[in-house]
Write a protein that binds this ligand. Structure first.
Ligand SMILES: Cc1cc2nc3c(=O)[nH]c(=O)nc-3n(C[C@H](O)[C@H](O)[C@H](O)COP(=O)(O)OP(=O)(O)OC[C@H]3O[C@@H](n4cnc5c(N)ncnc54)[C@H](O)[C@@H]3O)c2cc1C
Length: 524
């Protein structure tokens, strides 16, 4: 039997970055908020991204100047609020005469009119202009601007084929996408939001004044929560929520575009990324990943159904290997792949012909066809989640007749209250506190927990004081903390979303960890 437990202003469906970002912003403005996520936080798109806070250099080709500018400005605002999980990165973009660009872009169409002889190539001045705009559209205080690289002498040229001699180097930022989502959820909870994981919204009805939202937990407990307004942040499920859960009519639709990545043992020794332009006009990145690996992605493949788990197909893996193989001297073999992951972009359907060309803009629409208001979120990027949340709050204020202030720019996420260049100081302090841990573990703990790390391990004199060690210095102390503070329910939550230690632990260690987590979760 269901029981009525709670009445809130806002009920948010979906615990990806957009749902959690809106929950945080709204809770901080004094709204009462409940959020339901049917699986783990960030279990869908928000852990499957390329993990860049970026303006999106290639979107300049599509004249998406508003989006690029907003995202470029955002990079440094976000970096300052979370210097533990985000950091600057330099991107090396090799150029050569025969380099081909996508034909289905406004830039290509314009060039084919005014410079038809270019046939999909770009004059060098145009590449330089694009990078100039990228440097200046959004302003920069922390990130260095574009420079030239002579690949014939620079270390960045060493792993690349000999014919590649020229490159440009520009700045963007890395972010741990799943932790970003989690930290927004944690901050929302700290500001009063009720965050329910493993809780699926199965339906909602408007009774004339309020929504009655039916939620069912994974272990079958039903619950009804009353709300003035719904926010549908279902990502790839946004249409499923509109049509199947809320039974609403809409003209809006999304396009599901799968993007896959492969992870291989590290291909080179420096800490920069590569931006490769392919013969098909698409681009991919090769990015230093988790100290020992290189991450390569992504693909663009139509994906029909949000309930079909996105997985990297053999064809996609082969495509990425061949693409990177056009640039790296050493071919990447199928056996070199250590891990793959995929995400589904929930892109707003703007009628573009190709997946690559579909807009990366976000679109917010309030639907009142059932009487009660629902704010539907279409599209978006990790980079613009905070701005998207501010726009969402604009619609929410207007609908609920309030006038609240923006506040999230400049407010640190949990563990991120230290200067952008302060990671080393934090590391040195933690190493003094926990001298029994390897330097690699200390680096991981600071990246994972920032200024919260010392408190999590307080009082430990030796590693034995931290309880069972499950391998890779994952101790019972850390796991207990993650269960209590970070909604960890199973080994996968911890190994693949709270951290990426799944890349390092063996099957026996993962099983032991899983057994321990189940036992601790049952006790709660
Ligand atoms: C391959 C790829 C690479 C990308 N790279 C970048 C990048 O480098 N930089 C960048 O800025 N952006 C990037 N993006 C875009 C970015 O990842 C997405 O825009 C963002 O993660 C979308 O977040 P979301 O919250 O809308 O969706 P999601 O993260 O998918 O969250 C939606 C959530 O809703 C939940 N849900 C659905 N229905 C229900 C229900 N009935 N009840 C309860 N819960 C429900 C789902 O379980 C899911 O967790 C990339 C995307 C992809 C796919």
């Amino acid at each position: 039997m269901s029981e009525q437990t709670e009445s809130v202003d806002l009920f948010i469906i979906g615990g990806g970055i957009n749902g959690c970002g809106i929950a945080r912003d709204a809770a901080g403005r004094g709204y009462s908020v409940a959020l339901a996520e049917m699986n783990d936080l960030a279990s869908a798109t928000s852990s499957g991204s390329t993990k860049l806070f970026h303006g999106g250099l290639r979107y300049l080709e599509f004249f998406e100047f508003r989006l690029v500018r907003e995202a470029l400005i955002e990079r440094e605002i976000l970096l300052r609020a979370m210097p533990h999980i985000s950091w600057p990165m330099r991107f090396v973009l090799p150029t050569y005469k025969e380099m081909r660009f996508e034909s289905d872009t406004p830039t290509s169409r314009l060039l084919s009119l005014v410079m038809p002889w270019m046939k999909g190539r770009r004059p060098n001045w145009l590449i330089r202009l694009g990078l100039f705009m990228y440097d200046h559209l959004g302003g920069r205080e922390i990130l260095p601007g574009t420079s030239k690289v002579d690949l014939s002498v620079a270390p960045e040229g060493t792993p690349l084929k000999e014919h590649l001699v020229k490159a440009y180097e520009y700045s963007d930022c890395w972010v741990e996408d799943a932790r970003l989502t989690l930290l927004n959820a944690r901050d929302a909870r700290a500001r009063g939001a009720n965050i329910m994981v493993r809780s699926k919204v199965i339906g909602a009805e408007f009774d004339g004044t309020h929504w009655q939202v039916s939620v069912e937990t994974n272990d079958g407990h039903p619950r009804v929560i009353t709300a003035k307004m719904l926010v549908n942040a279902g990502g790839p499920w946004v249409e499923d929520v509109i049509k199947q859960r809320l039974k609403l009519q809409t003209k809006e639709s999304i396009r599901l575009v799968r993007g896959s990545h492969i992870v291989v043992n590290k291909l080179y020794d420096h800490d920069k990324c590569y931006f490769f332009q392919g013969e098909d006009g698409r681009i991919i990145f090769a990015i230093p990943y988790e100290e020992d690996f290189t991450l390569i992605g992504t693909t663009d493949a139509e994906h029909s159904d949000p309930y079909t788990k996105p997985e990297c197909s053999v064809a996609e893996a082969d495509y990425l290997r061949a693409f990177a193989g056009q640039y790296f001297k050493k071919p990447i073999e199928a056996d070199d792949i250590i891990w793959t992951y995929s995400g589904v972009r929930p892109l707003y359907n703007d009628g573009a012909s190709s997946a690559t060309a579909a807009t990366r803009e976000y679109v917010l629409r309030v639907n009142k066809t059932a009487g009660g208001p629902v704010l539907n979120i279409f599209g978006g990027k990790i980079t613009t989640y905070r701005r998207l949340a501010e726009s969402a709050l604009g619609h929410i204020d207007e609908t609920l007749g309030r006038d609240t202030e923006t506040w999230t720019a400049g407010v640190a996420l949990p563990g991120g209250d230290f200067p952008v260049d302060g990671v080393k100081v934090l590391r040195d302090t933690l190493l003094k506190q926990l001298p029994f841990f390897e330097a690699r573990t200390i680096r991981r703990l600071i990246r994972q927990y920032g200024t919260e790390a010392p408190g999590i391990f307080a009082g430990a004199q030796t590693i034995d004081d931290l309880g069972e060690n499950f391998g890779q210095d994952i101790t019972a102390r850390e796991i207990d903390w993650a269960i209590q503070h970070e909604w960890v329910h199973c080994a996968e939550d911890f190994l693949w979303r709270r951290s990426k230690l799944g890349l390092r632990v063996n099957d026996e260690q993962a099983k032991r960890l899983g057994d321990y987590i189940s036992k601790q979760v049952r006790k709660r």
